[in-house]
Design a protein around this ligand. Structure first.
Ligand code: DQA
Length: 153
């Protein structure tokens, strides 16, 4: 079987990782997160594509584009987590297994971060483990993608 394909989407402000509130988000840069995802992807035999956008519409289109080009999605929607019905609907629309990840523990911060529109359509949510949230998310997504491939064949 060919490699499973995982699309990892980083939402708004995540391009500032490493410089932005390091006490909350850590000192690892986005480039380093992507490097670690690529290394783990090779280990898991998964093809990992990463994308960062500060634009809601671009994220919606990336999710649409995942249909047919990815087997599962890992997404950190950033602040759009708490506001975007459009991203939620896009995930529901493409019906690809999706894992929501956050660097910080969104349930232990300001009350407005506790609600996630994306959680309602994701298979699950991993938060609070810094870069490990992404790595755990990738592991789960690779499994979900393989299951989906198996079910389709
Ligand atoms: C975040 C949490 C969000 O509440 C915040 O707006 C972010 C980052 C995280 O990874 O912890 O931009 O998604």
């Amino acid at each position: 079987m060919s490699h499973v394909r995982i699309l990892v989407i980083h939402g708004p402000n995540l391009n500032l990782l490493g410089r932005r509130q390091p006490e909350v988000y850590g000192s690892v840069t986005l480039e380093q997160v992507n490097e670690q995802l690529a290394i783990l992807g090779r280990e898991l035999g998964a093809e990992v594509r990463t994308l960062q956008s500060n634009w809601e519409g671009e994220i919606v289109e990336a999710i649409h584009g995942a249909r047919g080009t990815a087997d599962a999605i890992v997404i950190n929607p950033g602040a759009y987590t708490h506001t975007s019905i459009a991203i939620r609907d896009a995930i529901q629309g493409v019906a690809l297994p999706t894992v929501e990840v956050h660097l910080s523990n969104i349930h232990a911060r300001e009350p407005f971060r506790r609600h996630s529109y994306v959680a309602e359509v994701a298979v699950g949510q991993i938060c609070g483990f810094g870069v490990h949230s992404y790595l755990l998310g990738l592991r789960v997504a690779a499994d979900l993608a393989a299951e989906r491939r198996g079910a389709a064949s």
